[in-house]
Design a protein around this ligand. Structure first.
Ligand code: SAM
Length: 258
């Protein structure tokens, strides 16, 4: 009887822990959604209180140092915590089912810190005067954001942002192993999410020094990120990914059939 009771107790404790993990994952996902929607407003300068071109005034040197530090913090967190060695190490302390959600949560917090503390450098580098061209370039930027969002769904939105892990854990299933995919525009370009970001950051009808700094550093970071990501993907998917590299462009869409 005592044994039955303690087994029941253990089972309900497991259910409770799974539910807590799920709610944590949901919270991390909600924070991510808020952050990415804010990012669109921050870069485009539309609909948010603090944009890339607004905020506390600072000298050029201070603004350059603070902004670079903020971007470096994000880059270190985002690339460092995605590495296999780091994951193996910190999943000794953080349960595997919430590892991805924690990664997403910390990346979102780094970005929110960046949005909050970013110092504007408002000198204009270029400004499009023609209203039609202005609208065209602004629209192109939103095409970039649309590419980012749609690509996350093509590759597996809920896996990327940790929800697949916590829902699998909640229902007592194992965490699904990553699958190699090349749906739709992944057939032509290996990194449509990063391509979307580059388009969204550079397609600016008004480009200030601050915005240019952001676009240039994030673009450089994307190339570093791709280097590490592709190294991991080659390890994970082997010949399949090696062949894919021969068949599709990295950031410029092209496709070699066969
Ligand atoms: C932020 S996403 C970026 C995906 C891709 N680099 C892009 O720009 O569309 C990073 C995750 O996608 C995964 N990933 C990248 N390409 C993939 C592919 N072709 N199939 C499956 N997973 C992929 C990586 O393992 C990594 O966990």
């Amino acid at each position: 009887m005592l044994k039955v009771n303690s087994t029941r107790q253990a089972a309900s404790q497991t259910r409770l822990l799974r539910l807590i993990a799920f709610l944590y994952g949901l919270f991390a996902y909600a924070v991510f959604l808020f952050t990415i929607v804010y990012a669109v407003g921050f870069v485009s300068g539309i609909g948010v209180p603090k944009t890339i071109d607004t905020g506390p005034e600072a000298s050029v040197i201070d603004a350059l140092s603070i902004n670079t530090l903020l971007m470096a913090l994000f880059a270190i967190q985002h690339t460092g915590m995605a590495r296999k060695g780091f994951k193996n190490c910190w999943t000794r302390y953080v349960p595997t089912c919430i590892e991805r959600s924690t990664y997403v949560l910390l990346a979102s917090l780094c970005l929110m810190l960046l949005f909050w503390q970013w110092r504007p450098l408002p000198a204009v580098v270029w400004q499009v005067e023609d209203p039609d061209v202005f609208v065209m370039i602004a629209t192109l930027s939103f095409v970039g954001w649309a590419t980012v969002f749609s690509s996350t769904f093509l590759i597996d939105h809920f896996e990327l942002f940790g929800m697949r892990h916590v829902t699998a854990n909640l229902s007592g299933r194992g965490i699904p192993a990553p699958q190699f995919k090349k749906p739709l525009y992944y057939k032509f370009v290996r990194h449509p999410i990063y391509l979307g970001f580059i388009i969204a950051f550079w397609a600016a009808p008004v480009m200030t020094i601050g915005h240019l700094l952001f676009a240039a550093v994030t673009t450089a970071y994307i190339f570093v990120g791709i280097f590490f990501e592709e190294r991991d993907l080659l390890q994970l998917f082997g010949e399949q990914y090696r062949q894919y590299k021969r068949q599709a462009g990295m950031l410029i869409p092209w496709r070699k059939v066969g």
